[in-house]
Design a protein around this ligand. Structure first.
Ligand code: NCD
Length: 530
């Protein structure tokens, strides 16, 4: 019987949004207590946080290089006096084409309850949380496994985010009212800055200045999400351009340029790009008093964006920031193991709720004479779908019709084509008529909404439209064989054969995000083309 006794127990941290703001504040309060107790050698207080259970297994699975994250977790696990293992990735069955789910299920079977995972593939922890928990339930294990994302590709790095926010708050005297921060460097590949998009919500008023040339700029969907989160966002091409104006952030967060991932063109220009995001001595007198520099580290020994002369100045906050990784990770392990958390009383994390209200029944009204058609004859019985991809160029609508026909399984189409709107001759729409069709069931209606959102479905009986539905964009699209994430680095991408249950959630009006890697897609992009 698996028993969960507090809100943090067995929780997976795939992205920073997997913990509520109140939960983060709680973790930080405990981190402060622990840091203070360690500094002053208060052994009895330190003991409160320790898991102290040699049967409790924690596994580190690092499929990509790391020093800070790996070592701080390793030291944190040793602090807890638990069974600790490091996975030997270079000799594992993953190299023999074993799936992630199979590999981890095997380890779950040896009384391992927390996995710390770093991988090039994005969304791994989200998937393992589903597959691993199912496995533990199937076998009635004593506890459910939890997965901590220690960096997945260029997606997120939530434990780095915890230690970053902890350090910002420490420097703000624990005042959460506002922050003005500059993000400098490779904002395209830097997963630590991607976690800031939601992580900075810990502050009530957020101003973010992004300093990066377009080649390594923050992806648009993250900028959009910052704005949705209410952040004030400004964009600058270089540190020089930033310092030419006088509204300068008090916190500068640097990231390591990952230019090596960007192909020949960029490599040829790397000197010029580095210059734009590298701090130099000449800039020193332009930096207001009270400014602090942060960096997830490591920095490049030949081309550091924060030069080493800064180490001995008051700008250096990155060394303390790095040490804070040990305390925040200690506390995180303690909470997920259920050692602390029972006294949490704030707003807990809530799974997003999806309301299936996108199929709207409308008044059929009188049937028009000229439509719907079966070839040249009006349909007497069957279905007629109107307003498909309304407003798009006619060639795009033509291209999309076969996909709708295939997905919903219309095998006996009478007519499919592109027509003009009755009210505006410049506006085109797709039309499909299926004579003698017996009507769609609920699943097929949802399928139709997912593949042709915005269309109108007419059910015709005895020459009359007897039912009419407007199908809006569904809040999520899932459980279809025919959908797939377009991000080749996503665990759910077809090319990895991981057997992931694909799912997309809607963000805004027309964009669907992959549940695993959060990559944005238009609704058409999520459907496989063949
Ligand atoms: C960062 C990472 O791995 O994303 N480092 C870290 O975890 N301390 C940043 C980087 O590698 O540049």
């Amino acid at each position: 019987m698996i028993e969960i006794t507090n809100p943090f127990q067995s929780r997976t941290l795939a992205t920073i949004s997997d913990v509520s703001l109140d939960e983060i504040v709680y973790l930080f309060e405990k981190t402060r207590d622990l840091k203070e107790a360690i500094a002053s050698g208060k052994k009895d207080i330190i003991e409160i946080f320790k898991i102290n259970d040699p049967q409790f297994g924690i596994y580190e699975v690092f499929l990509e290089d790391s020093t800070r994250t790996k070592e701080s977790f390793q030291n944190a696990a040793k602090f807890h006096n638990v069974k600790f293992n490091i996975f030997d990735s270079s000799h594992s069955s993953i190299n023999k084409m074993e799936s992630y789910a199979d590999t981890f299920n095997n380890l779950i079977g040896y009384d391992n309850f927390i996995f710390i995972v770093r991988s090039k593939l994005e969304g791994v922890c989200r998937w393992l949380d589903i597959s691993g928990k199912k496995y533990a339930l199937r076998h009635n294990f004593p506890a459910l496994p939890a997965f901590i994302n220690a960096g997945d590709g260029k997606h997120e790095h939530p434990t780095q985010e915890l230690l970053d926010e902890f350090t910002f708050l420490e420097d703000n005297g624990w005042d959460r009212s506002n922050i003005h921060i500059a993000l400098v460097g490779d904002l395209f590949h830097g997963r630590t800055v991607h976690s800031k998009v939601d992580g900075l919500r810990i502050f009530r008023e957020v101003r973010v200045d992004m300093i990066a040339p377009p080649e390594i700029a923050m992806p648009q969907h993250y900028i959009q999400r910052m704005k949705t989160n209410g952040f004030e966002v400004r964009i600058f091409d270089s540190i020089a351009e930033y310092l030419a104006q006088d509204n300068i952030a008090s916190k500068w967060y640097f990231t390591r340029p990952q230019l090596e991932r960007m192909g020949e063109n960029i490599l040829n220009r790397q000197k010029e790009l580095r210059a734009k995001i590298t701090f130099t001595k000449e800039y020193m007198d332009k930096i207001p008093q009270g400014t602090g520099f942060y960096h997830p580290l490591p920095r490049h020994k030949e081309h550091p964006t924060i030069p080493t002369f800064i180490d001995t100045t008051v700008l250096n906050r990155y060394e303390r920031q790095s040490r804070n990784g040990y305390y925040t990770r200690n506390i995180l392990l303690s909470a997920i193991a259920g050692k602390i958390g029972a006294d949490f009383s704030g707003q807990p994390f809530q799974q997003p709720e999806y309301v299936d209200d996108f199929v709207i029944s409308v008044d059929p009204g009188p049937k028009k004479k000229e439509e719907p058609q079966e070839g040249i004859r009006p349909i007497q019985d069957g279905i007629f779908i109107d307003h498909i991809c309304k407003g798009e160029p006619p060639e795009n609508i033509w291209k999309h019709l076969p996909l709708i026909i295939r997905i919903v399984g219309f095998y006996d189409v009478g007519y499919a084509g592109v027509g003009m709107s009755h009210t505006n001759y410049n506006v085109y729409k797709g039309l499909i008529a299926v004579p003698r069709h017996k009507g769609l069931d609920q699943t097929q209606i949802k399928q139709l909404a997912a593949v042709a959102p915005g269309c109108t479905l007419n059910i015709i009986k005895g020459d009359k439209v007897v039912e009419k539905y407007r199908l809006n964009m569904p809040p999520r699209i899932y459980q279809f064989e025919e959908i797939s994430c377009q991000n080749p680095n996503c665990i759910s991408s077809e090319q990895h054969f991981e057997g992931v249950l694909k799912e997309f959630y809607r963000d805004g009006e027309r964009t669907f995000m992959c549940k695993y890697c959060d990559a944005p897609h238009s609704f058409k992009e999520i459907w496989k083309t063949e």
